[in-house]
Ligand binder design. Structure first.
Ligand code: BGC
Length: 760
């Protein structure tokens, strides 16, 4: 009885909650009106986001999906490429379904569309928020020109375990930096004011909520178990930042939180997301996430679906549990119509905000695709941004940059691949468009440079693993010659060269979804080749392709120069050429710690001290250390070299006491002491020396990327206020506690100047 009264009031009289009243009244009126006309089945249809699989072959007209759209059983589709296809499907929805409700068209526009930018982990290493925003804006422009109105990005999962393949898709290990990047990407996709006034702005979807990067042992989809203090202080930060920026949707993650799958976790999807953070967009499942609640052990698909809806999940991706079981659950009194209405309303609101009710074809202007996708301008921006993402890890005796009048032997299984350049999660990319490294080096080197090539080795010695690592068209054909034959050919080519570029590392599909690895080094077969190349005594530059932090202790000891290029996107090859030949000075800085060995994982810079911190002098009994390995990383967070050098002055604080409402300014002067112009990322870290809970040894709290000419100096100032010093205490209260703080400013998380101040 009570249930039906509420349903009556909310639906028929158009009575809306306070949250809804505070929204655009025109939108409310429109949606109230529309929802009055909807049957329960049609409302459930809006919550359904089926797989597009059969659309690809059937174009939606005669197939199962087409029939469902006509019946009003589909709220959106995803990963369909091509404006003509999308326009036709939209036409079916708005002409042939009873209520003519337009559909959402989603896609994983994660790091670009056809113009692909570096994988997000690389993009983050640029520490350039304008560049990151621009990459998202271009991704949105191109995708929307092809009919897409919703992207499943940004992916902001903090990753402190490089075994996890999806570390490639996020922004590394740091909450603060991850938060800034989340905001920049949402701005890039949705526009600065979230008004969707332009048809080049699409709705963003921050994912995967939450803690997906913290799966045990780095194995994808694995169990997560974490204290709430860590969740709130570290892992939640970037999702919250995206919500604060106005992200339109949030995707649930595959993992459990406090043993409850995120998809069915009311605390997460309602208490945290809606009540604490005031999120007012819609939530969507990850691929099959609702049906996976069954494998998690919470019941059958009907139970999983009702739990998910009741938890606050609005849209069901692929499982079709909402479509096929929620009516039954409603009839059985297991869920309420109010819950269905709430979810349906949120999806209709998203469509309204995007302007689809006014013009369902707003994103279906076929003339745009020809003019706005993979343009010269977009590609040249992608080239610049790619070069900003590369991290120079070592450069003994300034081997790099190379002079152009040399003979260069480019050797390795990654040297001659076009399809691997774009990296994982680039579903819209045309894989034959990027240049291979050889082609890029030839183009940038020009006629004075002689480029020779030998494959040198297979990607992996195990053919089955190589097959698994080269799927989705990211081919590296297997060479059936023996390892000895391949090495012999490589050495013969190397003998003719002045310098060797070893193009080695991971193939693009060795990272990304379901690409966890226990060995995160360069595959052994490649390493053996690298050792032989080093034996020639010729200068060797390792151009490292990587989708995650890798273990490189042997390489650091033996290879004179290492340039980490991640997967740089469609213009990666030219950008590598720009850096290798010195047209561009590398400026990328790591956003994830590179461990010395897998056994140290998880290893991250912003850790707690422990009660028995390791000594500087090496292993000591009864300290927190290893008998057989250092505690520290090979390359710390924030690390990256340049072709020039920067010198930091001591820190100047304008005062040493901070009032609750005041600010302190911390200033350093940075000088380019080398001979070339370069960019430097000046990093601010803070340590709360005494707190009510143990606090990290340092936490990134600011950064600024500056350009300096040779010999030039610049002062960089950071404003420190109480807000920057806040953290979640044991009661999950966000507080700044009085006491002493250490300020650190430097070129990476280890190499810093320090000063102290007091919060009163
Ligand atoms: C991934 C998501 C992605 C979705 C849709 C899932 O497998 O986890 O990140 O957005 O597929 O393609």
């Amino acid at each position: 009885m009570k249930k039906s009264i509420i349903t009556f009031l909310t639906c028929c009289l158009g009575i809306v909650s306070q949250a809804q009243q505070s929204k655009d009244p025109k939108m409310n009126a429109f949606i109230n009106d529309l929802m009055k006309k909807m049957t329960v089945e049609e409302k459930l249809g809006q919550l359904n986001l089926p797989s597009q699989g059969d659309i690809i072959t059937g174009l939606g007209t005669n197939d199962n999906i087409g029939a469902k759209i006509r019946k009003g059983q589909v709220g959106g589709l995803f990963n369909i490429k091509g404006v003509d296809k999308i326009r036709e499907i939209q036409r079916i929805a708005v002409e042939e379904s009873r209520l003519k409700i337009p559909m959402l068209f989603g896609m994983d526009v994660v790091h670009g569309y056809e113009t692909v930018f570096p994988i997000p982990l690389g993009l983050a290493c640029s520490w350039d928020m304008n560049a990151i925003e621009e990459s998202a804006r271009i991704g949105a422009t191109e995708a929307s020109a092809d009919g897409i109105n919703w992207t499943f990005a940004p992916m902001v999962d903090i990753a402190r375990d490089p075994r996890w393949g999806r570390a490639s898709e996020g922004s590394g290990e740091d909450p603060f930096l991850g938060g800034q990047i989340a905001k920049a990407m949402v701005r890039g996709f949705q526009g600065k004011d979230n008004s969707f006034s332009s048809n080049t702005n699409i709705m963003a979807c921050v994912k995967h909520f939450a803690l997906y990067g913290a799966g045990e042992a780095g194995r994808d989809y694995n169990t997560v178990d974490m204290s709430h203090v860590r969740m709130y202080n570290d892992y939640f930060y970037p999702y919250k930042a995206a919500v604060e920026q106005g992200v339109g949707s949030v995707m649930a993650s595959f993992n459990v939180i406090d043993a409850v799958p995120a998809h069915a976790n009311k605390w997460l999807l309602t208490d945290v997301l809606r009540k604490q953070w005031n999120f007012d967009g819609f939530t969507v499942a990850d691929y099959g996430g609702v049906s996976e609640v069954v494998a998690h052990g919470l019941g059958d698909l009907q139970t999983a679906s009702s739990l998910a809806l009741a938890a606050g999940l609005d849209m069901d991706m692929v499982s079709e549990g909402f479509l096929t079981t929620l009516k039954k659950s409603l009839d059985e009194g297991k869920i309420t119509e109010v819950q269905i209405d709430t979810a349906c309303r949120r999806i209709l609101e998203a469509k309204y905000k995007l302007g689809l009710f006014k013009d369902p074809y707003k994103f279906c202007d076929a003339s745009r695709a020809k003019k706005q996708i993979f343009t010269k301008e977009h590609r040249s921006i992608a080239r610049r941004i790619a070069s900003e993402s590369f991290v120079l890890l070592k450069n003994d005796k300034n081997i790099l940059p190379l002079a152009k009048n040399k003979t260069i032997a480019v050797i390795g299984p990654l040297a001659d691949s076009r399809s691997n350049m774009v990296g994982t999660w680039s579903v819209a990319a045309k894989l034959d468009k990027p240049s291979s490294l050889i082609e890029g080096l030839k183009e940038v080197g020009g006629s004075r440079t002689t480029i020779l090539y030998a494959k040198g080795s297979n990607l992996l010695s195990d053919p089955k693993m190589q097959q698994d690592a080269t799927m989705f068209g990211r081919d590296i054909p297997r060479d059936n010659r023996t390892e000895e034959e391949l090495t012999k050919e490589a050495l013969a080519i190397a003998a003719k060269a002045d310098v060797i570029i070893a193009a080695m590392g991971e193939a693009s599909e060795m990272s990304g979804e379901s690409s966890s690895r226990t060995d995160i080094g360069i595959p052994e077969v490649q390493k053996r080749l690298l050792a032989k190349l080093l034996e020639t005594g010729k200068p060797v530059v390792l151009v490292l392709f990587a989708g995650r932090p890798m273990t490189l202790v042997w390489e650091q000891e033996n290879v004179p120069a290492i340039l980490n290029v991640w997967f740089g996107g469609t213009e990666a090859a030219q950008a590598i050429g720009d850096v290798v030949f010195g047209n561009t000075n590398p400026s990328g800085k790591l956003v994830s710690t590179f461990p010395r060995s897998v056994a140290q994982i998880p290893l991250y810079y912003n850790h707690l001290n422990t009660g028995r911190p390791a000594s500087d002098k090496g292993f000591e009994k009864f300290r927190s250390n290893y008998m057989d390995e250092k505690n520290g990383p090979l390359y710390p967070f924030g690390f990256g070299l340049s072709y020039t050098q920067f010198e930091y002055s001591d820190i100047k604080l304008n005062k040493t006491d901070l009032d609750a409402s005041g600010t302190i300014t911390a200033t350093v002067t940075v000088k380019n002491t080398g001979k070339t112009e370069g960019a430097e990322v000046v990093q601010l870290y803070i340590r709360d020396l005494v707190g009510s809970i143990s606090r990290p040894l340092k936490e990134l709290k600011g950064f600024e990327k500056i350009k300096l000419k040779a010999g030039e100096s610049k002062t960089v100032s950071f404003t420190i206020n109480t807000e920057l010093l806040k953290f979640y205490n044991s009661n999950i209260e966000y507080v700044a506690e009085p006491g002493e703080f250490e300020v650190m400013i430097g070129t990476n998380s280890q190499d810093v100047k320090t000063a102290r101040f007091n919060l009163k």
